[in-house]
Design a protein. Structure first.
Length: 451
């Protein structure tokens, strides 16, 4: 009786109720295949979305897109910059063709769809995107570096300070780099990207990345720090591909604009220029192809903080832009996505240990340890082992052609400062590995930890 009652009740549901139960919903609203991106340069960005509908034979039969700088207008189904009207189509990729987009502007877009029964979406789905430089002439900063010697091995630090006195509404940092970089404000790294920008032919196209730094800037004195790595721009390791002979090769360089919009509507741009200072960092060598060498005895505590004394730092030099085509990097970045615990630890002796992750990964290792100042720690990464249990890299260094023994393949080198426990993880490198063989110039005690 209960079963029959349920069936009969279902049969007499009003049609509108059934439509509500199986009504479509929209997900994955993206601009240029990114969720609410900032810093786009495309005058005609692509909008995409997905329809979720559990009913049999579900399909989209029409769509409407609205674009405005005011999200409240979209709620009212009004878009002054673009209103496609209802278009009969199952397309879920549409190219913007409304009024011309302006730089440094946030836009909102709304999409509505109709299904096979002409039921229109009953919820409001709004996404956003923000434009960046749009044109080369909108940059205010200069390209700066510390040297023009491609053989200089240590990575450079750069710093500058500025003061804000008004209430900040929003702030964006735009940084273009030939090489790799890490950006920091007031001692904290900006963003969660690794090894930006992505690789290009640097003399033809240079990428910049945009960050929301509104919450990083405080009222009063602030400091900006930039650490540059070689990447594929200044490839110092030698291999069969001859990247060390690339026509674009030079000492890493960057250009930076921090554009601040205040509550009173005024704007200010903090830019890279002659007032910046530079010095060499504890990263005494870095190669995206081989590894990173770090001398902790050279650390400069607080180097990217407002009150750091940089009187002994050098002046920067001006450089020409690597290319005449500096454009936004609109793609998913490299990030740390998982921390993996080592499955096992083998101790050969007091100076040699082997960590096994249990699976092969593309990534980096992180180690925390202590020891006397000057102790040299080497972390050799590989995908397989010799019969005696030591790391074998003969299957992955086949194309490497070293000129000496100072740049061992997939082997990070850390020199301890003797000031207690310290952690090391490379900034400008990644490796393929399952095993990490740690050797030390002096006895150390290691335990199985998170890598």
């Amino acid at each position: 009786m209960n079963l029959r009652f349920l069936l009969v009740t279902a049969l007499v549901f009003p049609l509108a109720t059934i439509s509500k139960i199986f009504a479509q919903s929209l997900t994955a609203l993206k601009t240029e295949y990114l969720v609410n991106p900032i810093g786009l340069d495309n005058l005609n960005p692509r909008f995409t979305w997905q329809m979720n509908d559990a009913s049999q034979g579900a399909k989209q039969t029409a769509y409407r897109i609205l674009v405005d700088t005011d999200s409240a207008m979209l709620v009212k189904a009004s878009g002054k910059l673009w209103n496609t009207g209802w278009i009969k189509s199952d397309d879920n990729l549409v190219i913007y063709s409304g009024q011309q987009l302006k730089p440094f502007t946030k836009y909102f877009w709304r999409v509505d769809i109709a299904d096979g029964k002409n039921n229109k979406s009953d919820k409001t789905y709004i996404a956003s995107f923000e434009t960046g430089m749009m044109k080369m002439e909108n940059w205010r900063g200069a390209w700066i570096s510390d040297n023009e010697n491609t053989k200089l091995k240590p990575a450079p630090y750069f710093r500058n300070t500025f003061t804000t006195i008004k209430k900040i509404k929003s702030a964006r940092a735009y940084i273009a780099v030939a090489g790799l970089y890490e950006l920091s404000i007031n001692g904290k790294k900006i963003g969660n990207h690794r090894m930006d920008p992505m690789y290009t032919r640097f003399d033809r196209r240079t990428l910049y990345v945009t960050y929301d730094v509104t919450n990083a800037i405080t009222k009063g004195k602030n400091a900006i720090g930039v650490l540059l790595g070689n990447g594929w721009y200044n490839h110092q390791s030698t291999a069969v591909w001859d990247f060390d002979r690339a026509p674009w090769r030079n000492r890493p360089t960057f250009c930076l604009d921090v554009r601040i919009t205040y509550e009173d509507g005024t704007t200010e741009t903090i830019k890279s220029g002659k007032e910046w200072k530079t010095t060499l960092s504890p990263i005494i060598f870095n190669s995206i192809y081989t590894a990173e060498h770090y001398d902790a005895r050279l650390e400069k505590a607080g180097w990217n903080m407002p009150n750091f004394d940089d009187t002994d730092w050098k002046n920067v030099i001006y450089r020409s832009a690597p290319s005449k085509n500096v454009v936004a990097q609109a793609m998913h970045p490299i990030r740390n996505v998982e921390e993996i615990a080592s499955k096992s630890l083998r101790k050969f002796n007091d100076t040699t240990y082997l960590f096994d992750l249990g699976r092969n990964i593309s990534g980096v290792s992180k180690i925390t340890l202590s020891g006397p100042a000057g102790t040299v720690i080497k972390l050799k990464h590989g995908e397989r082992l010799y019969p005696n249990g030591h790391v074998d890299i003969s299957n992955i260094d086949a194309h490497y052609r070293p000129t000496d023994n100072t740049d061992p393949f997939q082997t990070d080198i850390l020199i301890l400062n003797g000031k207690g426990a310290q952690s090391f993880m490379p900034h400008f490198n990644y490796k393929g590995f399952q095993y990490i063989e740690v050797t030390s110039s002096a006895p150390v005690q290691l335990k199985k930890k998170i890598w």
